[in-house]
Design a protein around this ligand. Structure first.
Ligand code: MOS
Length: 715
């Protein structure tokens, strides 16, 4: 991949110098601070922390999809070498039954609290032993018997038990404006298309693990989490502990993507076991266990109806989406929210429905809602462009709304068309022959496609402390999480600029719940929420130092809290935007699809660290490519289990699948943020699958509305 020429587009965010003071760190590339530790194996992840007398837990999960546990026969297991305990629903410590955490009530936390089995893969016991191998061997001899009941693990469009809930994600489940049916009837061109997306799994490189121990009346925990403070608070609530007695650290996190934002069974069971045994206990999940214990993205069945004049201007827009949840907790994949901010029409309707099945509970997964929703909507728009005889970018240009289509709020900046213009120029879009199926390269049919991207931007309250040390260095403390994004580095850059000192004089400590309240690394709001708090504290510290304060031996510390500042943000449609382009080659003989190149141009706020930002946006686009062509968890409806719960069967894009991906951005500073930040965690994934699918249509002349576009579907 050739480095893109960022400076050409991001003038103003690069190496500007503030009034002769320290060079600005924000906007210049910095290698991630923990990079060397990570590649040399020095960086410690949750399963790497040693402890004297450490015991190891192994989770046993149900093999049936619905029913009751009749018995757990642990007699043989307890006699095996090294086995210390077998926890199950009859002997496990009790949890708060009405637990509500950071993300609301969550009955998935009620592990070993009852004999009900809600799905295949639900934890039914935990064996603790001196070594992980002993625990695993004993777990395999444990005999759990069940009274089974008929189950339904079959997600299908039009499921008779589907219903429309109150809410989907952060908004209502349903929005209505005008008369969709009348507008459709009055339209010259109508697209009515159904799309499906597959069940997807996060698969962070580091599977979940936790170690817990009691130390002088404090619960000391190491977990892999996107938010150490929230997880510590939730853990305290779940066990009925004083929040001050829970200390949770998360030094390095090998990927999160939404599955490490909540208290998960490995952590709960580790705390139960250490409480019972009075020894430190570690539990690490296998890759296969992560397919049932940590959440996933539900499959979706979506329908988009668009009505337009021959000029392509939308009169009617309807987007409906069905997703699945478990019988334990409702989680709605909010796919139909995408058009609420993106496209307007006189008749405008978005509806979510959900069906409770005997399957594990889904959760947030990178760009929840927007990822599958943008696939359906951006493909439907491509179909409309084709039917109207319009270029897809021209169609979108004609449908730029003046205000939020559903909210009516003004946009706090919307550079979507600028992204398309810059992207089209760089991609060579003007040379495209709009006819499908006409470009050949040997045995390959070649096509190009485009799609829009958007993701909500916002900020959550956080606290930070910045200390001026007597040796002339500074230390930032904040409960941020670095899930691979380079958070430490970005926060050092932000603090350095606020302090007006070189970035290498700033130390950054994160991932420790004792540093106080801070938002999670999630919702594309981590860096912005933390950065805001760091900036406030650092600025105030600089002002104090400028007044000539002497620095005592223990330094001068300034604390900030952005609660008020964040709450005072005026109501706008606040989003980041992007334009995605893809070129694919399709072999009509084998059905193989090769993505040849992708380009993403984003307007996503000021970019703190171009090096890590490019990597994050590229990673998001690879997610989209992978969603379009590879990822599919296949459920055997007879057993209720997945048939491919491992990385051998669940395909993700590998290096050989990833072509030249070019990423760049436009100046897009958010005027309401002290540094102009928006957020980049999720937007790279939004629209990228649609761009690939639209390119496959352009190559072949055949619309593929079901993801992934496997070779057998192409043939
Ligand atoms: Mo992300 S799905 O907000 O962790």
């Amino acid at each position: 991949m050739t480095p893109a020429t960022t400076t050409a587009v991001t003038t103003g965010t690069t190496t500007a110098t503030t009034a002769g003071l320290a060079p600005r760190a924000v906007g210049t590339p910095h290698v991630r601070r923990e990079g060397r530790d990570k590649v040399t194996g020095t960086a410690r992840y949750a399963a790497d922390f040693p402890a004297d007398g450490l015991a190891h837990g192994w989770i046993v999960v149900s093999t049936v999809a619905r029913g009751r546990i009749r018995s757990v026969d642990d007699i043989a297991a307890l006699k095996m070498p090294g086995v210390l305990a077998v926890l199950h629903h009859d002997n496990a410590p009790r949890l708060k039954e009405d637990f509500a955490g950071t993300f609301g009530p969550d009955a998935t936390t009620q592990v070993l609290q009852h004999d009900r089995v809600p799905y295949a893969g639900w934890p039914v016991a935990c064996v603790v032993a001196e070594t992980p191998e002993q625990a695993r061997e004993a777990a395999e001899t444990l005999v759990v018997t069940y009274d089974t009941a008929p189950h339904d693990a079959d997600f299908r469009p039009g499921h008779p038990d589907a219903y429309t809930p109150e809410a989907a994600g952060m908004g209502p489940a349903r929005t209505d404006k005008g008369d969709v049916e009348a507008e459709l009837a009055a339209s010259d061109v109508v697209v009515d298309a159904r799309y499906t997306t597959a069940e997807e799994h996060h698969n962070p490189m580091e599977p979940h693990a936790a170690m817990a121990r009691w130390d002088a009346g404090r619960l000391e925990v190491v977990d892999t989490t996107q938010g150490a403070y929230a997880t510590a608070q939730d853990l305290a609530r779940l066990f009925g502990l004083d929040p001050a007695s829970v200390h949770l650290r998360s030094e390095h996190v090998g990927g999160g993507f939404g599955c490490k934002a909540q208290v998960r069974p490995h952590l709960i069971l580790a705390v139960m076991a250490t409480t019972l045994l009075e020894r430190p206990v570690r539990i690490a999940l296998t890759r296969a266990q992560t397919f049932t214990l940590i959440g996933h993205r539900s499959p979706t069945a979506q329908r988009v109806r668009l009505g337009a004049g021959t000029d392509g201007r939308l009169r009617a827009l309807e987007h409906t989406s069905l997703s699945a949840t478990s019988t334990v907790r409702d989680f709605v994949e909010p796919s139909a929210t995408y058009a609420r901010s993106m496209y307007d029409a006189n008749g405008h309707r978005t509806v979510h429905s959900v069906v409770r099945l005997d399957v594990p509970t889904p959760t947030y997964m990178r760009a929840p809602g927007e990822a599958p929703g943008s696939f359906a909507m951006e493909c439907a728009l491509d179909e409309l462009a084709e039917r109207c005889g319009l270029d897809p970018i021209v169609l979108r240009t004609r449908n730029e709304p003046a205000a939020g289509p559903v909210s009516g709020l003004p946009f706090a900046g919307r550079r979507l068309l600028d992204c398309f213009a810059e992207g089209a120029r760089r991609f060579g879009w003007s040379e495209r022959d709009p006819r499908p199926g006409v470009r050949r390269d040997g045995r390959w049919l070649v096509g190009t496609g485009t799609a829009a991207s958007t993701f909500f931007t916002g900020a959550f309250p956080a606290t930070a402390a910045v200390t001026a040390c007597a040796d002339g260095t500074f230390t930032v403390r904040i409960t941020a999480a670095d899930i691979g994004t380079g958070a430490r580095t970005a926060l050092a850059q932000l603090a350095a600029d606020a302090l007006e000192v070189p970035e290498d004089r700033v130390h950054v400590l994160i991932g420790d719940s004792d540093f106080g309240n801070a938002w999670l690394a999630g919702g594309s709001m981590g860096t912005r929420s933390w950065g805001w708090a760091v900036m406030l504290a650092a600025r105030e510290l600089r002002e104090r130092l400028a007044l000539g304060a002497d620095i005592p031996a223990d330094g001068i510390t300034v604390r900030s809290d952005t609660e008020q500042a964040v709450r005072a943000l005026a109501a706008y449609e606040r989003h980041a935007y992007g334009a995605q382009f893809a070129e694919v080659a399709v072999d009509p003989g084998s059905g193989e699809i090769r993505v040849r190149r992708m380009l993403g141009i984003f307007a996503a706020g000021r970019i703190v660290n171009p090096l890590t930002a490019r990597s994050q946006l590229t990673g998001g686009m690879i997610w989209g490519l992978s969603m379009a062509l590879h990822e599919e968890a296949v459920r055997d409806t007879a057993s209720g289990s997945l048939v491919n719960a491992d990385l051998a069967g669940y395909h993700i894009a590998a290096h050989a699948d990833v072509p030249a991906i070019e990423v760049d951005w436009l100046d897009d500073a958010d005027p309401d943020d002290p540094v102009g930040l928006k957020g980049i965690g999720e937007i790279g994934t939004v629209g990228s699958a649609a761009a690939v699918a639209n390119a496959v249509w352009h190559a072949t002349g055949v619309r593929h509305r079901d993801l992934p576009i496997r070779p057998d579907r192409v043939l």
